[in-house]
Design a protein around this ligand. Structure first.
Ligand code: GDG
Length: 463
């Protein structure tokens, strides 16, 4: 690749102390560190007046270019259309889905604003990589402003089937916007097939060509599967390096040899947290030998605190955790430790390594990086067992996890019991097989494949 990589996401996460938190942030940063370029997006601040032009902050070969947003526009674009409309729709959760025109119009205006503020920073050799559902119309806006450079889009969440997508009154508009990209990427084959099904509808009329490319009007684009990976060695190293830290020692002492089951999720209804807590209660009911012998550690940092549904799920979880503890706790044992806060990434990896069971039970998830990080952080000689939802993208790769359906409370309880009883030999075998998959398709593979696909639009070899 001869030019710069321009990565665009809703929020720019400028790393503090060399670490980026969260899946998208780690992926974007890793790509930029390799190729050099700009990370453009919102700075996390709102204003009551006109947003300022992009502010630039240079760090090595990366420039962070950030803008602020008008408070009212932000609320309608981010809390409204992005997270009350697209997020539940793309996760097949129509019960949470809300739509209003005002929010959609703000979504389009904010995308147009992103384009206006980005265009002056662009150079002829750049390639642009746009991330996630907040920015679907961005390529169309950039094209309108005369941008001809290759533009790719990666969707970090699932892509719904047409029968779900058509609940959105403006679905045709968004599908046409997606056709303005040169490369559109998804986590799984299933997402890709849903996308192809949607754009092949007569009202969009795109043609899927025999080599998998898509012909839409006068444009040809490539739609493909690019499952995101993790930095496998870094996760393992951080887990070992942080194992001796005080909080991890204190955890170990407090467990008194009990086995720990662990979950880490943003506090989001897609992550299946109430379902998980209910299944844990079922485990204690049906397999009483676990009482006094297992502990569920659930880390759930709050997100999207401006949305009412998110406050409700927090209350619901506190209620269920309190109920389980009230029902089963003993003078020297509390079954659920529920922590509604975030942890340092290194500490998180060390905690994964302490857990005999990694419990990942989303009711729908694009990929789920926690599942992958949990596996990477294990001690290969004495690894824990991953219990994983079949409705997470990660289940397509991590076939040796104990796979469960998160809606099946008894089935999840059974899955946890299987994991707790699993022999060392079987744990090692399953772990080795999953580690092999993670190593083969790590974060480097993900970014290289996507950037290669995008570079080839211009007929260039990849980097
Ligand atoms: C979206 C898609 C897709 C969590 N708590 C803490 C913390 N985390 C980190 C985890 C992990 C990341 O956040 C969460 O990633 P997930 O993939 O599990 O979920 P989403 O945030 O919903 O991500 C998802 C992903 O994008 C990437 O494409 O897999 O399907 O929904 O890395 O470790 N990190 C720190 N402290 C915490 O307390 N430092």
């Amino acid at each position: 690749m001869s030019g710069r990589l321009i990565a665009v996401s809703n929020r720019v996460a400028i790393p503090r102390g060399g670490q980026a938190a969260g899946g998208l942030a780690v992926g974007v940063l890793a790509a930029l560190q390799e190729y050099g370029g700009i990370w453009f997006g919102w700075d996390g601040k709102t204003t009551d007046s006109e947003p300022h032009d992009a502010r630039l902050q240079h760090d090595g070969n990366i420039t962070y270019a950030t803008i602020n947003l008008n408070a009212g526009e932000f609320d309608a674009y981010y809390n409204g259309f992005s997270n009350e409309t697209l997020w539940p729709l793309f996760h097949f959760l129509l019960g949470f889905f809300r739509y209003n025109r005002h929010n959609f119009e703000a979504y389009l205006r904010v995308n147009a604003l992103f384009a206006r503020k980005l265009v002056p920073l662009l150079e002829a050799d750049d390639i642009l990589w746009i991330h996630d559902y907040h920015l679907i119309p961005l390529a169309a806006e950039l094209r309108r402003a005369g941008v001809t450079q290759p533009i790719g889009f990666f969707l970090h969440v699932p892509f719904p089937s047409f029968d779900v997508l058509r609940a959105l009154p403006v679905h045709e508009h968004l599908l046409r916007c997606l056709c303005s990209y040169d490369v559109v990427g998804f986590h799984t084959q299933r997402d890709l097939r849903s996308f192809q099904e949607c754009i092949a509808q007569p009202q969009i009329g795109a043609q899927i060509l025999s080599d998998g490319r898509v012909r839409a009007g006068d444009r040809t684009l490539r739609a493909d599967v690019f499952p995101i990976g993790i930095e496998v060695d870094t996760c393992a190293r951080l887990a070992v390096e942080n194992a001796g830290k005080k909080p991890v020692e204190r955890l170990r002492q407090s467990l008194l040899g009990r086995r720990m089951i662990m979950g880490v999720d943003r506090l989001d209804y897609s992550k299946g947290l109430p379902e998980r807590f209910n299944a844990y209660e079922r485990l204690l009911e049906h397999y009483p030998g676990n009482r006094g012998d297992v502990v569920l550690l659930q880390i759930a940092p709050p997100t999207r605190t401006g949305i009412r549904t998110y406050a409700e799920i927090r209350e619901e979880l506190e209620r269920i955790a309190g109920h389980i503890n009230g029902r089963f706790a003993e003078i020297d044992w509390v079954p659920v430790r529920y922590l509604n806060r975030g942890f340092d990434r290194g500490m998180l990896m060390a905690l994964y390594r302490e857990a005999r069971v990694g419990l990942v039970t989303p009711v729908r998830d694009g990929m789920n990086l926690v599942a992958k990080e949990y596996v990477a952080a294990q001690d290969p000689d004495d690894p824990g067992v991953l219990v994983l939802s079949t409705l997470a993208g990660a289940a397509y790769e991590l076939e040796q996890a104990v796979l469960i359906n998160p809606y099946d409370t008894d089935g999840v309880a059974e899955g946890i019991q299987t994991a707790l009883e699993m022999s060392l030999g079987e744990r090692r075998e399953r772990h080795a097989a999953m580690l092999e998959v993670l190593t083969r398709n790590d974060i480097q593979t993900w970014r290289t494949r996507f950037v290669d696909a995008l570079s080839s639009v211009r007929g260039e070899p990849g980097p």
